[in-house]
Ligand binder design. Structure first.
Ligand SMILES: NC(=O)C1=CN([C@@H]2O[C@H](COP(=O)(O)OP(=O)(O)OC[C@H]3O[C@@H](n4cnc5c(N)ncnc54)[C@H](O)[C@@H]3O)[C@@H](O)[C@H]2O)C=CC1
Ligand SMILES: O=C(O)[C@@H]1CCC=N1
Length: 266
């Protein structure tokens, strides 16, 4: 069996580790995670995974290394790893705005780097990961990475140049979805629903609607029309949303996110 190493034990690493274990892709002791912060490592130790504060030691023992650190610490961490990444080690970067070329520039040899943009629903096996595979990566290497992220939800292969768009839709998207659920629930409370019931109604409605788009393959506009009875209730809500610039503000948000991702690009 291969050993999966994660550098950085934050939000995304935790989602990936819990997702991998939930899917039983590998045993807990086939996973090793490093962080400079003990407070991040200790809760993960409870899952049975190996922990270390030594990124270099992790890199020496793992076959696949997922860099789950913030873009700002890539430089010092890559400098630590410079001499220890073997040619058959697969480095997976999940950071926004960090290119494969940037990572490879720290190495004097042709190491294997794959770029992935996952999202936090990976925690419950409902993630969406987009994978960019450069030309020096053979099919079996790409497959190994795909297998890991497929255990965490859906995967799609994309060109690296589309990563900023992916980051703005599926990488950051859960935050927008949670805000929409919160807003729906707040409105439900305003209309007299108990808070916990309002969250259930709102979240299940988004879950069901999203599943309907994926399962029916129908245009979302057609599905929206199916809900909107002539002179009924829904069309009044749609009118209010359109007056408030609902679609425009969503598009502006996505554009701002993609622009930030491009601005961060290294
Ligand atoms: N949070 C999310 O929803 C998503 C995050 N990402 C990407 O994942 C990466 C990590 O994001 P989060 O998990 O949200 O961040 P986070 O801040 O929760 O986790 C980063 C971890 O790295 C640790 N760290 C800092 N310096 C270190 C070093 N020198 N060696 C080892 N560990 C070190 C920190 O202590 C922290 O625990 C980022 O690059 C982000 O762009 C990608 C998709 C979604
Ligand atoms: O906010 C961020 O920078 C990261 C990238 C995608 C989701 N979270």
């Amino acid at each position: 069996m291969y050993k999966i190493g994660l550098i950085g034990a934050g939000n995304m690493a935790t989602a990936i580790i819990k997702g991998i274990l939930k899917a039983e892709l590998v045993q807990p002791n086939d996973i090793i995670v490093s962080d400079i912060d003990d407070n991040k490592l200790v809760p993960l130790q409870g899952l049975g995974v190996d922990i270390t504060k030594n990124n270099k030691a992790l890199a020496e023992s793992a076959h696949i290394i997922i860099l789950a650190i913030k873009p700002g610490v890539y430089e010092p961490v890559l400098k630590q790893l410079r001499d220890v990444i073997a040619l058959d080690t697969i480095v997976v970067s999940i950071a926004a705005g960090i290119s494969i070329k940037y990572i490879k520039s720290f190495f004097d040899r042709d190491i294997k780097v794959v770029r992935v943009m996952p999202n936090t629903p990976a925690l419950i096996g409902m993630g969406m990961s987009a994978i960019a595979v450069p030309s020096n990566i053979d099919e079996s290497t790409a497959k190994k990475v795909e297998t890991i992220f497929a255990a965490l939800g859906k995967v799609d292969i994309i060109e690296e140049k589309l990563m900023d768009a992916v980051t703005a839709i599926s990488g950051s998207g859960p935050a927008y979805a949670f805000m929409f659920i919160e807003a729906l629930a707040d409105a439900g409370v305003m209309e007299g629903l108990p808070r916990n019931k309002a969250y259930t109604l709102a979240a299940q409605t988004l879950l069901g609607s999203a599943a309907m788009v994926l399962e029916t393959g129908e245009h979302p506009g057609k599905l929206k029309d199916m809900v909107s009875s002539p002179a009924g209730t829904t069309i009044d809500a749609i009118y209010a949303l359109e007056q408030g610039g609902f679609r425009g503000i969503v598009m502006r948000a996505v554009k701002a996110c993609a622009e930030k991702s491009r601005y961060m690009e290294k």
